[in-house]
Write a protein that binds this ligand. Structure first.
Ligand SMILES: [Zn+2]
Length: 454
């Protein structure tokens, strides 16, 4: 039975047009622009990107103190913008964080910008600014990707997501109402997933019949595994399950696809890098080339890697003219792929992506806690250089923290108490250290579980 989705209609026919008319929102306009550009011949897309890159480099030369060296290269920017970009040093998070203000374009007022930050989960926490223009292109790239699966901005969805910490009941109620009526979605708590509540989660889902699911890879995987173990089934076929924020392993994809009975879509973005790539129905990760200039370079030499080789991901956001970060190293690795895609979209694709890895943690009472919850606490407090939590057994964990020079004792106490609150009953041994080594692969992981889930 097809039930008309009134909320979807209201969002798409009333809310969006209102936001567009009254607030100048351009998400759907940008989405249409991106949908049109993916049908253009590669030459036309290239010239569009070069135009955006040239504009960005001129803004950097004229207005951004960190790129003051570009001032006397204005002619080169016009004649060979790609050459100029590639001649610049790689911007690491550590380098950027030494003086973030130097990246703000002169004349921009930070008060009207969107301030954002990452937690200590990528090893260095980063604070940065965006404007609405940039964010609306991120959103547009997501909706363009989802449109490949017949999903539109009003489509009903279920998120397996971090529930907001530190909200009182009234705030939580408002949050839920907003989600339900303005975004047409409900959320299940990835920070406090209760195995015994699965039948009731499924009842809600089967009544709600979302067009798609959206969540962290590891949380979707755990959710699917719990469904399978408990013999719970969807009574409808969703359009897609969208996995985001973390590396999506093949074994996770297979399990999720099997249990949900629909395509699993990989969304690759970074909080501080925007929407980077989106997976098409043929399975390729198409780079959002209209939004970003992406490079994959060798870790040691900084030279571009060849086809099928793995390199570190450098992102230059072509839309962010308020706080440009050129050749910004987001902290992931990916493989270059020259293979054409059967979907016919003539846009470069990424092979394997080796991004963030979070684990699901297990409380002594059997409840699951998504590793991102710890990052959420770190981000809210924002006073640590980095941290790592390793759960050795449900009853035992080690919390390593690297304080900043200015971090106070009280802030550390607050942080450890907030972490403990997420894992009641687990004995957490806290160690203050000066550095936390990366994994043998070179990747930093902040949330590691060392035992199998029941
Ligand atoms: Zn494709």
């Amino acid at each position: 039975m097809v039930v008309m989705d009134i909320v979807k209609l209201a969002i798409e026919r009333i809310l969006y047009p209102w936001m567009e008319k009254r607030k100048g929102n351009r998400i759907r306009a940008n989405m249409r622009e991106l949908q049109a550009s993916e049908k253009l011949p590669p030459d036309s897309v290239d010239s569009l990107r070069i135009e955006k890159l040239t504009r960005l480099l001129h803004v950097c030369a004229d207005k951004v103190p960190a790129f003051t060296d570009l001032k006397n290269r204005q002619d080169a920017i016009d004649s060979d913008p790609v050459g100029v970009l590639h001649s610049l040093p790689i911007l690491t998070k550590a380098l950027y964080m030494r003086n973030p203000d130097a990246y703000l374009a002169a004349g921009t007022n930070p008060d009207v910008l969107i301030k954002n930050r990452t937690g200590g989960s990528t090893s260095e926490p980063v604070t940065f600014y965006l404007d609405r223009h940039t964010v609306e292109y991120y959103e547009a790239a997501r909706w363009r990707g989802l449109s490949w699966y017949g999903i539109t901005p009003g489509s009903r969805s279920v998120m397996i997501w971090g529930n907001p910490l530190e909200m009182d009941q009234h705030q939580f109620w408002r949050f839920r109402m907003k989600e339900r009526w303005l975004k047409n979605r409900i959320a299940f708590p990835a920070y406090s997933l209760k195995p015994e509540a699965m039948p009731s989660y499924l009842n809600t889902i089967n009544r709600y019949r979302p067009e798609y699911f959206y969540g962290y890879s590891s949380a979707l995987y755990t959710f699917a595994t719990l469904m399978q173990k408990q013999g719970l089934k969807l009574k409808f076929i969703p359009k897609a399950v969208v996995s985001t924020s973390e590396t999506l392993h093949d074994w996770q994809r297979e399990q999720i696809a099997y249990v949900f009975g629909c395509p699993v879509v990989n969304e690759y973005g970074a909080r501080d890098g925007g929407m980077i790539a989106y997976q098409c129905p043929q399975g390729s990760m198409h780079i959002c080339v209209e939004n970003i200039w992406l490079e994959l370079v060798d870790e040691k030499t900084g030279k571009p890697v060849g086809n099928r080789e793995t390199g570190v991901v450098l992102v230059t956001d072509l839309n962010n003219l308020v706080q440009p970060r050129l050749r910004y190293r987001v902290g992931d690795r990916a493989t270059r792929s020259d293979a054409p895609c059967a979907c016919g979209r003539d846009v470069p694709i990424l092979g394997a992506i080796d991004g963030r890895e979070d684990d699901m943690f297990l409380r002594v009472d059997g409840q699951y806690v998504h590793g991102h919850a710890f990052n959420h606490v770190a981000r809210a407090i924002g006073v640590l250089e980095m941290f790592q939590i390793v759960q050795e057994a449900p009853e035992r964990a080690i919390l390593r923290i690297v304080p900043k020079a200015e971090t106070t004792r009280a802030e550390i106490t607050k942080f450890t108490a907030d972490i403990q609150a997420l894992l009641p009953g687990t004995a957490i041994l806290t160690e203050e250290v000066t550095d936390i080594p990366s994994m043998p692969s070179g990747k930093f992981r902040y949330a590691i579980r060392r035992f199998p889930l029941p």
